[in-house]
Design a protein around this ligand. Structure first.
Ligand SMILES: [Cu+2]
Length: 244
């Protein structure tokens, strides 16, 4: 009798934890560029050249030789993940050689990220809500080695720029929906442990057209594409996007 009880308890645990049926699946795919990749004109740097160099890439469109688009953000709309605490030290945007690294960072909702200055000059990190262009935060980091932890409570996309060096730009996506990833150098993304079900998958790319407005690059609108996906328990769903 004891054995039956123990087995029943074990089975109940296995079922509730999804060990037996595996109630989650994965979503995997790529973002590719179709057609001729437009040449990106580097920004001409005319001051702080000893640190910043003479030309800067705006990193607006980064495509691999196989057409993979880096720095796109792919997320599931409206699916909340379990908040998992991640230390702010895990999410870092570094300022080095007057460029943000990485160019795009995905941060889980409710978490903080660190902005570091590894240049021997003044940078300020001006964060804007990408949705309306309003200021979300503004951090001054005048000295090399400074670090600042920024908490972003409102989910969504943030654009960061430096008011001193107008070519510097980066994005932080605060994943209100939890399930989000930024594409790697090959344009690949992976979303793991997604509960089985039907969802809307969204692909966001910042867009690459720029206009020079008094020496400051002004960026065109971002690009968004969606597709319906079905996540099956224990399986990997493939979803590919193309931009042109
Ligand atoms: Cu700067």
């Amino acid at each position: 009798m004891k054995t039956i009880k123990a087995v029943t308890a074990l089975l109940a645990f296995a079922l509730s934890s999804g060990l037996v049926y595996g109630q989650t699946g994965a979503v995997q795919g790529t973002v590719k560029f179709s057609g001729t990749v437009p040449a990106m004109t580097p920004y001409k740097v005319t001051y702080n050249n000893n640190v910043c160099g003479s030309e800067a890439s705006l990193d607006r469109l980064v495509v691999s030789k196989d057409g993979g688009v880096e720095y796109a953000v792919v997320y599931i709309e409206g699916l909340k993940s379990k908040p998992e605490h991640v230390a702010a030290s895990k999410y870092v945007i570094d300022q080095k050689d007057c460029s943000y690294n990485p160019h795009v960072l995905v941060v889980d909702h409710g978490e903080s990220f660190t902005v570091a200055n590894n240049d021997p000059l003044f940078h300020n990190v001006h964060g804007y809500f990408a949705s309306n262009g309003e200021t979300a935060f503004n951090i001054a980091e005048p000295v090399k080695g400074m670090k600042f932890v920024q908490r972003v409570r409102k989910p969504g996309m943030y654009l960061m720029r430096c008011d001193v060096h107008p070519w510097m730009n980066a994005y932080v996506y605060v994943a209100g929906d939890g399930y989000a990833d930024a594409t790697n150098k090959e344009g690949e993304f992976t979303l793991k442990d997604v509960p089985a079900g039907k969802y809307k998958l969204v692909m966001w790319h910042e867009g690459w057209d720029t206009k020079d407005v008094g020496g400051k690059p002004e960026f065109s609108k971002s690009i968004e594409e969606t597709q319906e996906i079905t996540v099956v328990a224990g399986k990997t769903t493939t979803a590919d996007f193309t931009i042109k």
